[in-house]
Write a protein that binds this ligand. Sequence first.
Ligand SMILES: *Cc1c(COP(=O)(O)O)cnc(C)c1O
Length: 469
Amino acid sequence: MKYISTRGATAPKSFSEVLLMGLAPDGGLMLPDHYPQVDEATLQKWRVLSYPELAFEIISLFATDIQHDDLCDIVNRTYTESVFGTVEITPVRTLSDGIKIEALSNGPTLAFKDMAMQFLGNAFEYVLAKEGRQINILGATSGDTGSAAEYALRGKKNVNVFMLSPEGKMSAFQRAQMFSLQDENIHNIAVEGMFDDCQDIVKAVQNDVRFKAEYHIGTVNSINWGRIVAQVVYYFAGYFNATTSNEQKVSFCVPSGNFGNVCAGHIARQMGLPVCRLIVATNENDVLDEFFKTGRYRPRNTEHTHVTSSPSMDISKASNFERFVFDLMERDAGKIQSLWADVASGEGFDLKDQLEQVRDKYGFVSGKSTHTDRLATIRQVYEQDDELIDPHTADGVKVAREVREAGETIVCLETALAAKFDQTIYEAVGDVTIPRPIGLGGLEDLPQRVEVVKNDVGLVKNIIRAALE
Ligand SMILES: *Cc1c(COP(=O)(O)O)cnc(C)c1O
């Protein structure tokens, strides 16, 4: 399988090559040149597989230049009970109102990013060792990507991690998780700005071709293809868990920010998984909800990005969205170039003529949840089901309840655990004991390592140079 860029001006690449890439040199995102098709007989075979077996089957369709034995070894080391808490890896449960919840948040950082990042850490190490290469990961995080990347890459050979986060915008738990890591290959950099500023710095460094080559800069932020492909797996696993036959259809409701998670759902659906609707749930930062309702895509700047109580969704430029629009525009790279020129100019674009296709052919719908909705949903689930869901998952549950049609099975993706966001939980339900996985008590009291910088590309480059020289 070959990978192509959404902007059409990058030579086709192999899986191992895109694994270590960020943005394509032409500014686009890499995608497989076609989506492998999964037929009914294959679904039937896959239904009974364990999670690592399923991961092998799916990823091997995309990672055609990695030897089967090696890939098998990578997924077996990645998706284990000791890393993800259960043999099922992503167990599905049902709330009393019938909404199903697929738990993606039982990895080391208690958020769904671990699902992909733990795979990526092992895949990186494998490819780097094989090619005798070194890589310095530069990433931007609004909370969960950063810690997931750091936990996946800490102590790994031939890898350094430079992780930018918006200063003061993450929860105390999220900060403690990242900044308490003492591994020498992990570098935390807090930028005085918002998440989108961090992401702009990453893009600026990526666009500095000389610097990028000299310092072997790579990325693991949500545009990395290796993450998307690993995420495709849990849509299949969730589907099999929620159904008894392949005649049934399931809708997925996905708390969204950068569109990475639901992009994997789109790909699973394109491969032939019987997905009815893909429900995009946003918080107050509703740039995606606006698109799916009106066809207008108007990324906001940082002054118009709200700091919310579901902070990992505080994103106003959904970086993976370009992958979906590429498919929507029938893979016309010229159209993507012109649409994203309009994004770059600050204007955005309007695809209202395609809206019917977005809904009917691709199954997308959306909804929005606010702080009040989030609190009310956490409280209702607590009262009705005696369990605490995290604020991002609550946004999903709120939207799922709102758009659900008679007879529709909706699987909400649980993207984090309540333990990470205790302040919002207290606000919703009062002073309760929030279950915290063993081993994480006292995390906030550990010494922290972080460097604070102004919102400035040059200063960030200096930190990278100093660390590597
Ligand atoms: C990253 C994240 C999201 C948003 O996922 P995207 O792939 O950026 O759309 C939602 N919830 C949590 C808890 C996250 O960490």
